[in-house]
Design a protein around this ligand. Structure first.
Ligand code: UDP
Length: 346
């Protein structure tokens, strides 16, 4: 039974909302929608992978700090907790920091939800399923995750975040939502974050060959960012009730191999694109596709934007930011982003 109806989105109007990671790719789109719905939005972000350029003028305040910082926060009605590096090269660049952010950052937000009674939605990930043995992945699947591999800082960090969040719900009755986000893409992606869509689109535009890892036969299911944000807002708008803390998959169930994705980019670019094969990074999941029955039943949600259309919109966005395509602008001495082969290859 669908518990959501559109009028519930009006519940954000006039409310004070905190978005952690609001200067990032997904977070900034969420901020846009919350502002359009009439919320007063503060963003907490350390700008390690996000950028203040992503923030719309209507943001009330940017709190520039580590999400795990114990410094006090004001009271909010809603906490959307998205802060964490999320692309494999970025989260692997400092795996200890990634794990700390995933776990301690979430505990910090849980304490805030407990202190204030705010509704807390945490961004988890399809990575909790690891290299899945069940396909497609339902929320009830416990996953197949290597605890000591190069992806573990993120996978296990997010799994631990889900664990501690659910225990806060059991012990303190906090108002909790968990979304498991599958591969998402769209405008405002960082062209150097090393993900496959941003890599292919940037490579296509600057005339570099598309880098296919392995033989390109592994699959992913790519969700356009506005579809994802709609699902997040709907889940956040539902009144609390029994089982509301149970994780909800949000993603597009249309599955593509990485070679098929390369062909979609080629069709959108309307010209042949060269490909090069690169070694497959270790623990790279073979297949991934969400079962979205729960989101459909609970929220009446399903993605609306097909891959071709979403890639075309992403190409247009990247074209409009030629400066961002020229060089990796993130500061710091982290290993070169966009090239996971610097760390470990199977
Ligand atoms: N990938 C690729 N070429 C690239 C970047 C990634 O073939 O330039 C592959 C990667 O090995 C993985 C898939 O594309 O199988 C998705 O990678 P991404 O980093 O976007 O996200 P993941 O789902 O692995 O977290």
């Amino acid at each position: 039974m669908t518990l959501f109806d559109n009028s519930q989105l009006a519940g954000y109007s006039g409310k004070k909302v905190l978005v952690t990671g609001g200067a990032g790719f997904v977070g900034s789109h969420l901020v846009d929608r919350l502002l359009a719905l009439g919320a007063t939005v503060d963003v907490l972000d350390d700008l390690s992978t996000g950028t203040a350029k992503n923030l719309p003028a209507g943001v009330n305040r940017l709190i520039e700090r580590d999400v795990a910082s114990p410094e006090p926060l004001s009271d909010y009605a809603f906490l959307f907790h998205l802060a964490c590096p999320a692309s494999p090269p970025r989260y692997q660049a400092d795996p200890v920091a990634t794990f700390r952010t995933a776990v301690f950052g979430t505990v910090r937000m849980l304490d805030e939800a407990k202190r204030t009674g705010a509704r807390l939605l945490i961004a988890s990930t399809s990575e909790v399923y690891g290299d899945p043995l069940e396909h497609p992945q339902k929320e009830s699947y416990w996953g197949h995750v290597n605890p000591v591999g190069i992806r573990s800082c993120y996978d296990e960090g997010k799994r631990a975040a889900e664990t501690v969040a659910t225990d806060y719900r059991r012990m303190y009755g906090i108002d909790l939502r968990i979304v498991r986000i599958f591969n998402t893409y769209g405008p405002r992606m960082d062209p150097f974050d090393g993900r496959v869509v941003s890599n292919f689109v940037r490579q296509a535009l600057v005339g570099e060959p598309l880098t296919l890892y392995g033989d390109g036969s592994q699959s992913r299911s790519f969700c356009y960012v506005s579809d994802l944000v709609e699902g997040i807002l709907r889940l956040g708008a539902l009144p609390d009730g029994p089982g509301r803390e149970f994780p909800v998959n949000l993603g597009n169930p249309d599955e593509f191999t990485i070679s098929e994705l390369a062909s979609v980019v080629e069709e959108v670019m309307k010209k042949p694109l060269e490909r090069v094969l690169r070694p497959l990074p270790s623990d790279d999941p073979r297949r991934r596709r969400p079962d979205i029955s729960r989101a459909r039943d609970l929220l009446g949600w399903k993605p609306a934007i097909p891959l071709r259309e979403g890639v075309a919109l992403t190409v247009d966005d990247f074209k409009g930011r030629p400066g961002d395509l020229a060089s990796d602008s993130l500061p710091g001495s982290a290993p070169r982003r966009g090239d996971p082969h610097r760390w470990e290859v199977r």
